[in-house]
Design a protein around this ligand. Structure first.
Ligand SMILES: [Cu+2]
Length: 347
């Protein structure tokens, strides 16, 4: 039914436009071609000016109306630089926008067809061409240059004291692995992935580095301590989107990606700062990855070192989850000691 109405409205719109065009054609014949053209030009010139004024009022209105919606202060040290870059880009493109739009529409109005002047033939000017090519080129090179500099910084080597967390995306959830006390992640092999056998990331249990690795469903970070994320995926391409930290990185199957940053505020501080008692740092999947994409949300908790230490100690290593029964040697040990006791008793 709705489709029918849309088609009907479109058909009417087309019919009306067609009739108006036909009517104005008859009018122009009656009034004389030239006079009609001059009048249309005057109307068009006025409409262009009106478009400029209404458009600029619209820009101001949108800005006033939506400025409270943008994210607050960056929650990471590196994010401040990203924000600065964004504001510089907005300032430069904003100035260019206002100058070019005002000139474009004002000129179209001012130099509309007139009997008092003739158009000046101006085919080419090398000097002008160079100016309006070189200036934007320099501006863009500077903007892109800063972008590349920060990109290499964020994706490059993390500071020595950085903690490391592995982030793995899959349809449609996030899993986090901490390297445990030894600070080293154990090896993985994708064919070992088996949630049924409590091995959701395919850890190789032969590798002793794996024995203390912890897998969690929440990402806990320490305030003012750099963190390096090692990002991967089990199926399609996902994306680790950390809007509050101004960070973002694709999660690609088979190719680990990395980025590091330093959280500035704990979750508790952010609750106070934002005035929102339900505030949580969010990890959103920023890559369309399937029908459950919209719900692929991770929770990040930024806390003090003490709070973090208490939390990580309370976590069970995935090895112990996958191997709940005590190892066979431990079982035989009491039996052996019983034999020893018995032997001693005999003596
Ligand atoms: Cu996803």
């Amino acid at each position: 039914m709705q489709t029918f109405f849309i088609i009907l409205i479109l058909a009417f719109g087309f019919l009306i436009t067609f009739q108006i065009a036909k009517a104005s054609e008859y009018v122009s014949v009656l009034r004389g071609e030239e006079k009609a053209r001059k009048q249309t030009n005057r109307i068009n010139a006025f409409l262009l000016l009106a478009f400029l004024v209404i458009g600029l009022i619209g820009v101001y209105y949108c800005n006033e109306r939506l400025k409270g919606k943008i994210l607050g202060e960056s929650a990471s040290v590196q994010g401040e630089k990203i924000d600065t870059m964004l504001y510089i880009t907005l300032a430069i493109t904003g100035v260019v926008f206002f100058i070019t739009q005002i000139l474009l529409f004002w000129f179209a109005y001012k130099y509309q067809e007139s009997d008092k002047r003739k158009a000046y033939y101006f085919p080419h000017n090398n000097k002008l061409e160079i100016i309006w090519t070189v200036i934007p080129a320099i501006a863009l090179t500077a903007l892109v240059g800063f972008g590349i500099y920060y990109w290499f910084k964020i994706t490059g080597d993390a500071p020595q004291n950085a903690m490391q967390v592995e982030v793995t995306g899959s349809q449609f959830k996030w899993e986090f692995r901490y390297p445990g006390r030894d600070g080293v992640f154990g090896k993985k092999y994708y064919k070992e992935i088996s949630p049924e056998k409590s091995n959701p990331l395919g850890q190789l249990w032969d590798d002793p580095y794996n024995h203390d690795d912890v897998i969690t469903t929440e990402l806990h970070l320490v305030v003012n301590k750099p963190v390096k994320l090692i990002i991967g995926s089990k199926d399609v391409i996902h994306d680790v989107g950390l809007s509050q930290f101004r960070m973002k990185m694709d999660a690609v199957p088979g190719t680990p990606t990395t980025m590091w940053f330093t959280p500035k505020f704990t979750t508790k501080q952010m609750v106070e700062k934002s005035g929102d008692p339900d505030f949580v740092y969010e990890l959103s999947c920023d890559q369309m990855c399937g029908k459950g994409h919209y719900g692929m949300r991770g929770v990040i908790i930024v806390e003090t070192q003490e709070e973090y230490d208490r939390w990580i100690i309370s976590q069970k290593s995935q090895y112990s989850v996958a191997h709940p029964e005590p190892a066979p040697q431990q079982k035989t040990q009491p039996a052996d000691s019983a034999k020893v006791v018995a032997a001693n008793l005999k003596k």
